[in-house]
Write a protein that binds this ligand. Structure first.
Ligand code: COA
Length: 107
């Protein structure tokens, strides 16, 4: 998440863009993918790139399933999860925030 392409060169910086990693899903040993980027870095493919790297790490570490939850109205996050191969398996209604989608990716 620190590589920048400048012309035909890729340079590494120490800029913090946000986070992407695995958290407790509350579903046994299966982890949950979580990500959030600083607004100025949105729309450049970084969440998808980071998500792919985390899923690769999860697979190589022996995990077989990763979960992710997302609000139905969060179109950007839903698109990232779609690009990463997550599919919806459950949904629930919250009176305040709307519909919460539970998605899952087999590794
Ligand atoms: C969700 C978030 C991480 C996305 O980061 P990002 O680096 O911009 O994501 P990417 O660039 O990899 O992909 C975003 C995709 O969503 C699409 N998108 C963005 N806004 C959209 C919108 N309002 N409606 C539909 N699609 C949208 C982009 O076009 C892109 O899809 P594409 O590659 O097919 O064009 C970032 O917006 C964020 O930090 N949001 C706040 C925190 C958050 O919602 N976290 C997730 C909680 S589940």
């Amino acid at each position: 998440m620190v590589d920048r392409v400048a012309g035909d060169r890729t340079t590494a910086t120490e800029d913090v863009l946000g986070y992407c990693g695995l958290v407790d899903s509350g579903r046994g040993t299966d982890p949950e993918l979580a990500f959030e980027l600083l607004r100025r870095f949105w729309g450049q493919g970084y969440a998808t790139e980071a998500g792919r790297a985390v899923l690769d790490w999860a697979r190589s570490s022996g995990y077989r399933r990763v979960w992710a939850t997302v609000w139905e109205w969060n179109s950007a996050s839903r698109r990232v999860l779609d690009k990463l191969g997550f599919t919806e398996v459950e949904r629930s209604e919250d009176a305040t925030y709307g519909t919460n989608l539970v998605t899952m990716r087999q590794l």
